[in-house]
Ligand binder design. Structure first.
Ligand code: KG4
Ligand code: ZN
Length: 349
């Protein structure tokens, strides 16, 4: 079954063709980073305009590069949430039009389940059922959550950030340090020449009263807004003068250490009874996070699985891949042509 995936939830315009859920025939991502960089973050209006401009060519490129014809496509999978409403709508409108034109089914997918699924791409030897149940940590620009994956389409939310996402903390911290956008890769790079013990920034452990979401255990949750404020006050008290590259590197390393240490300590707790632990999303590219997670599981009977680097950040292969399994298992699908975008679509709640 050949599925065309379309992903436009934020600032990447992406399309991919995936066969039988695992074999990625093409994976095209048009990144808009250069257009958002001058503003220090994603500007929704620019994101949706760029999706409108580039989606047709990105889809055409994905189908051409896949080596199959338009008529060989069996279904279209599209991200319908969570994300920026104006961005989601472009992908959804394009996917609907194409589904009508090709007369094939349309499958709406939750962006977060796409991220979880990224570990299965290129692994036909590893069907999801062979790993379930497993624990997944999604760490991206918009999300930070611990999810128990009972099966494809069957998730339990165990914990999450109560404020900023880890990627957001990286992006805001980099902004304060003058390292530019996107902040995660910039801090990752600067931190390699810095001292992580230069400043001890607060770890974002959530106390009982802070967890506002019913049913969630505070010890499974994290908070990153205080960390950003701590960096802001530190820089106010110790201004970054000229020639302070060493200080910037030290602060980047210390700031990164606080995010990574918080996530790793929480992961250690949440994964207590798990056998398999997947870390997915853009922040899972972070070198230090990969080291600390590997060290954490090394002490335990826990298998750590990370997605290939090009599947960590937003892409459409993960959307097409998960759609195959939902289709195959006859999971109740979002597939009506009047399906709407849902910017706040949750997972496992
Ligand atoms: O998954 P993703 O592409 O988009 C969302 O769904 O949000 O993640 C983007 C986020 C950005 O916040 C970016 O700064 C962060 O991932 N990121 C990193 C690294 N590479 C990307 N964060 C830390 N270290 C990295 N190497
Ligand atoms: Zn994402």
């Amino acid at each position: 079954m050949n599925i065309l995936g379309i992903e436009t939830s934020c600032d990447e315009t992406a399309a991919a063709v995936v066969r039988d859920g695992h074999t990625v025939l093409s994976n095209i991502v048009y990144t808009q980073i250069a257009h958002h960089r001058p503003y220090g973050g994603v500007v929704p209006e620019i994101a949706s305009r760029k999706h409108v401009e580039h989606l047709p060519e990105v889809i055409t490129e994905a189908v051409t590069a896949s080596g199959i014809g338009w008529d060989d496509l069996d279904a279209i999978a599209v991200t319908r949430g969570p994300g920026l409403a104006s961005s989601l709508l472009v992908g959804l409108a394009g996917a609907k039009g194409l589904a009508i034109r090709l007369n094939i089914p349309l499958i709406g997918i939750n962006h977060l389940e796409g991220h979880i699924y990224s570990i299965f791409l290129d692994h036909p030897d590893m069907p999801p059922a062979s790993l379930c149940p497993f624990l997944a940590l999604i760490v991206s620009g918009g999300h930070t959550c611990f999810i128990q994956v009972n099966g494809i389409g069957n998730y339990t939310l165990l914990g999450r950030t109560i404020d900023d996402a880890a990627g957001e903390a990286f992006d805001k911290g980099a902004n304060l340090l003058g390292l530019g956008y996107p902040g995660g890769p910039a801090i990752d790079k600067a931190a390699r020449s810095g001292n992580p013990e230069f400043v001890t920034f607060p770890r974002g452990f959530v106390r009982k009263l802070q967890a506002r979401m019913p049913g969630l255990i505070p010890r499974n949750c994290v908070s990153f807004s205080g960390l950003k404020t701590a960096l802001l006050y530190y820089i106010k008290d110790h201004p970054l003068g000229s020639g302070s590259a060493a200080d910037v590197n030290n602060l980047a390393a210390s700031y990164q250490e606080a995010i990574v240490d918080t996530l790793t300590q929480r992961a250690s707790h949440v994964s207590e009874s798990a056998k398999v632990f997947a870390v997915v999303g853009g922040v899972s590219l972070n070198k230090r996070l990969r080291e600390t997670m590997a060290a954490m599981v090394g002490k335990r009977r826990l298998r750590l699985i990370l997605a290939a680097p090009h599947y960590c950040t937003d892409n459409a292969a993960m959307i097409a891949g998960v759609a195959f399994h939902k289709w195959e298992s006859r999971h109740p699908l979002d597939q009506a042509l009047d399906m709407d975008a849902d910017p706040n679509l949750g997972i496992g709640e």
